[in-house]
Every structure is written in structure tokens, then in C-alpha cells.
Design a protein around this ligand. Structure first.
Ligand code: ADP
Ligand code: GLC
Length: 479
């Protein structure tokens, strides 16, 4: 099949979260299955300045309508290996920035123009490059209008650009909401600015475009696919989603086992595998030393995430005394809401030998935290899929996670199933988290129990091969 993906992030070219990991490894897997995969990405500064870009070929020049202007852009083709091509859409006014969506926790003021233009530029690029795709798969609000613009362009030019369109929802909490006045940048007839179009409570919502105007909607776990049909998790989109429920499919993400494998991971001070966990102990000591934490016979708990409400930082903060009083260790690697950064840093300052908080984005450090911790924490309030709980199981670090979204689908509770259990699940509440922490401590004290849970996790197969096969099956049965 000829498959096109369009997104705003892809590892290693641009990453702020799991979306990048997913587009990177899904496209790689699909190309390994023999499909021709093209990926559209904005030509961010990081991409333009990369050594690979020096070899990129300018392919086409675009003039894309945005309101009452035509704005120029250029598409560069960068081969990413066999059967994979990345198309970077360059318009420096919009994308020559170091952060994709904003800086200092504030979204850029021109995100409406940037991403509406980007959606149109992708479609115009597909037309000019004459790709004739079987599958066009867009991801999240940043590409939400592309499936609609594609059908509009097909009609205008009396051509076929893609047989079927797919829209993947990675996180319904981010909807691409803009003032209704931004609708003019779409150049769509006003009937699309209505309830069954992209209008949303007197604003416009780009994610709604993806929900209404793609042939199939994918989300990143089966459980989240059910949850988002309810007011509790639907973020106001449950009505729109319910009208499309027969076209909504949940496929749990996988993980890139080329990048996340403790037996070959060059980012770690020592490598290890199930048959010899010596290296994991070395990683633990290295992590504690590096962060100035004291050695302990009690567990080291790690967490790597965006510091936002979604990730359950309030739940974590409510139990900080556990880490100081019970003589455990806590390592937090994350950036985000300044109020969370400040509160966590205060705890680290008052308990420097027990709690360490690093408010940086650091890929290598994220591997060390996964490897060097004894437990991984994920008290998320909601979690479409989550990747770190899978990384941690593979790294022999059982997760303690909320029983929501993809965490429910990818973690087996050790208390329910001692033979296969690889972590602890709890309701996302302060008390339930506290209970899980206490239980994790007692399981850690029973060496053979802990080792069993650890081994169960290491043995699980989270590789993309399975998930990508589900995408492949969905694509081929749809076209
Ligand atoms: P989300 O996409 O909601 O942020 P995921 O669990 O799907 O959550 O993916 C988050 C990804 O971002 C993981 O690969 C995680 O390791 C990474 N990550 C988050 N914060 C940091 C950080 N401060 N440094 C390095 N990697 C981080
Ligand atoms: C989102 C979700 C996360 C998911 C990731 C990749 O950012 O918050 O749960 O794993 O996308 O699909």
C-alpha cells in the first residue's frame, strides 16, 4: 500500500511527547512490512539545521490560500531509509522556531494560521507530488483539517489523492480550539462553521474536523476508545464521537524496541537482560549517585512525564511524605506547569538525599530513570495509551499506575494475577495511590514476589510489530 502519515511530531526529528514516539515507530514498522510510507512534518528549525537536511531535495513550491492571502512554502524530501520518505514543509515564518506549539508554557498566538496553513499545505503537497495514496493517516488536532481539505481538493481538481482517510486521536484534551474568527483562514464555505462542522461552542475546533471528516477514527487504546464516548473522558467531544462510534477503533500503541531495549541501550551505564540483572543494579547506583541521593534498601520510585494535571501530579504531590517518611527514593524527570515544578522542587530542596527533581527534557536521562528505578509511577487522571508503563515493564521496573485508558490495557495487576501480573493498578485517587505505594513497599520486601512481578513485565512483548499489524489490517480492510 501507499501510506501517507501527517503529524506535527516524529521521533527523532521533533518530540514533545508520545505522539513523536508513535509516528516514528509506526511508520518504521509499516515500511518494514513492505509498504511505501511518506510522512509529512513541519520544517521546524531542528529539522532544517540537521545534517540530513543538507542532503534533502527541494521538491515543490506551494502557494497556499490562507484567508485573503496566498502564502508560499516549499517541500523538501528526506529519505529515511528503505521505503520511507519524510516531506518537510518549510515556511520559516511559521516553523523556524525551536518549540513546535509555544514557549514558556504559552501557545503561540498564530497557531491557528500555522496549523490551518499546514493542513492545506500537506494536501497541496500530495497533489503536486502526485503521490496517489491508498491511505492518508493524520494525527491529532494539528492535522485535524487535512482529511476535509483533501476531499475538498479532490472535488476541486477532479482527482483522487487518497482512497481512505484515517484520523488518530492521541489525546482528546488537546483540541486545537481557536476563536471563531479564525474560520476565515480555512476558506471553507460557511456551512462547515456549524454544529456538524468544526464549530465548537462558538469557537472552532480543528480536532472536530478529523472526527467528522475522516473515514475512520483511530485512538491509541481499546479502553480509551470506550472512555471517550462518555462525558467523563470525552472532553466535550463525546457527542461528536458518538455519532461516529461505528467508525471508531482502538489500537494500543507499541514501543520501539530498537530504542527501548536494556540489553543494547547505549544510553545506560550498564546493559542488562532478564537472565542477568546485574546491570540494572549498576544503573540504580549510578542514578542515585548522579542525583546525590543516599543508598537505601527500600525502593527507588521513578517518574518521567509532562508535569500536567493529566499525569496525576496532584495525586503524586499529595503523597510526598511517603517518600520522606518511609525512607524511599523518588526521582522525577519532567517539565511543564510551573506550579508543579515549583512544588516538586521544594520537596527536593527539603529532602535532598531522598527526592530528586530534574525539570529538563533529556532523552538519555529518561532511559536511566526507567532502568535505575525499582518502581515506575503513573498516577494519571486519564491516559489515552501511555508509553512509559511499557518502557518500564521492559526495563524490569514494575509500574504503579491508574486503572484508566491504555494503562488498563497494557498492565496486568499482580494482585489479580500473580502468574502474569507485571504492576499494580489503582483508581486515580490520593487514597488508592497511597495504598498502592504501601503495597509496593511490602511486595519489594518479599524478594521472590517482587522478582516474579519484574520478570513478568520483562517477558511481555510490546513491540510495534503487533500494533502495526492491526493498523495494516485496518487499512487493508478499509480500502
Ligand atoms: P504523553 O505523550 O502524554 O506525554 P506518553 O507516555 O505517551 O505521554 O509519552 C511521553 C514520552 O515523552 C515518553 O517517551 C517519555 O519518556 C517522554 N518524556 C516526557 N518527559 C520527558 C523528559 N522530561 N525528558 C525526556 N523524555 C520525556
Ligand atoms: C498522547 C497521550 C498518551 C499517548 C501518546 C501517544 O500524548 O497523552 O497517553 O501514549 O499520545 O499515542
Amino acid at each position: 500500500m501507499k501510506i501517507i502519515h501527517a503529524a506535527s511530531e516524529m521521533f527523532p526529528h521533533m518530540k514533545t511527547g508520545g505522539l513523536a514516539d508513535v509516528t516514528g515507530s509506526l511508520c518504521k514498522s509499516l515500511s518494514r512490512f513492505g509498504h511505501d510510507v511518506s510522512i509529512f512534518l513541519p520544517g521546524y528549525r531542528k529539522i532544517i539545521e540537521s545534517p540530513e537536511f543538507a542532503k534533502a531535495k527541494p521538491k515543490v513550491v506551494l502557494h497556499v490560500e490562507l484567508g485573503d492571502e496566498y502564502l508560499r512554502g516549499e517541500i523538501y524530501a528526506m529519505p529515511l531509509g528503505k521505503r520511507q520518505t519524510m516531506y518537510a514543509i518549510r515556511r520559516d515564518e511559521f516553523f523556524d522556531r525551536s518549540n513546535p506549539y509555544g514557549s514558556f508554557n504559552r501557545d503561540y498566538d498564530d497557531n491557528d494560521r500555522r496549523f490551518i496553513w499546514y493542513c492545506k499545505a500537506i494536501v497541496e503537497g500530495m497533489r503536486l507530488l502526485d503521490i496517489k495514496a491508498d491511505v492518508f493517516n493524520c494525527h491529532d488536532w494539528q492535522t485535524g483539517l487535512a482529511p476535509l481539505f483533501l476531499r475538498v481538493a479532490e472535488e476541486e481538481y477532479n482527482t483522487s489523492l487518497a482512497l481512505k482517510t484515517f484520523f488518530s486521536i492521541h489525546n482528546l484534551a488537546f483540541q486545537g480550539l481557536f476563536p471563531n474568527s479564525s474560520f476565515r483562514y480555512t476558506n471553507l464555505p460557511s456551512e462547515f462553521n456549524e454544529l456538524d462542522g468544526i464549530e465548537f461552542y462558538e469557537q472552532i475546533s480543528l480536532i472536530k474536523g478529523g472526527i467528522f471528516f475522516s473515514d475512520k477514527i483511530i485512538t491509541v487504546s481499546r479502553n480509551y476508545a470506550k472512555e471517550i464516548l462518555t462525558p467523563e473522558f470525552g472532553c466535550g467531544m463525546e457527542g461528536a464521537l458518538n455519532t461516529r462510534s461505528s467508525d471508531l477503533i482502538g489500537i494500543a500503541n507499541g514501543i520501539d524496541t530498537d530504542v527501548w531495549d536494556p540489553s543494547v541501550d547505549d544510553r545506560l551505564p550498564a546493559k542488562y537482560s532478564l537472565s542477568n540483572l546485574e546491570g540494572k543494579r549498576a544503573c540504580r547506583s549510578h542514578l542515585l549517585r548522579k542525583l546525590g541521593l543516599a543508598e537505601t534498601d527500600n525502593p527507588v520510585y521513578g517518574i518521567v512525564c509532562r508535569l500536567t494535571e493529566q499525569k496525576g501530579v496532584d495525586i503524586l504531590l499529595s503523597q510526598m511524605s511517603f517518600f520522606s517518611k518511609r525512607d524511599c527514593r523518588l526521582v522525577v524527570l519532567g517539565t511543564g506547569d510551573p506550579k508543579y515544578e515549583r512544588s516538586l522542587k521544594r520537596w527536593a530542596k527539603t529532602h535532598p538525599d531522598k527526592i530528586a527533581v530534574c525539570t529538563v527534557l533529556n532523552e538519555a536521562m529518561s532511559h536511566l530513570v526507567e532502568a535505575g528505578s525499582d518502581y515506575y509511577l503513573m498516577p494519571s487522571v486519564f491516559e489515552p495509551c501511555g508509553l512509559n508503563q511499557m518502557y518500564s515493564q521492559r526495563y524490569g521496573t514494575p509500574p504503579l499506575a491508574s486503572d484508566v485508558g491504555g494503562l488498563h490495557d497494557t498492565i496486568v495487576d499482580f494482585r489479580q494475577d500473580a502468574e502474569g501480573g507485571s504492576g499494580l493498578l489503582f483508581e486515580p485517587s490520593e487514597q488508592a495511590f497511597r495504598n498502592a505505594l504501601e503495597e509496593s513497599l511490602s511486595i519489594y520486601g518479599m524478594k521472590s514476589e517482587y522478582e516474579k512481578m519484574q520478570a513478568n513485565g520483562i517477558k511481555r512483548d510490546f513491540s510495534w510489530t503487533n500494533a502495526a499489524k492491526e493498523y495494516e489490517a485496518l487499512y487493508s480492510e478499509s480500502i
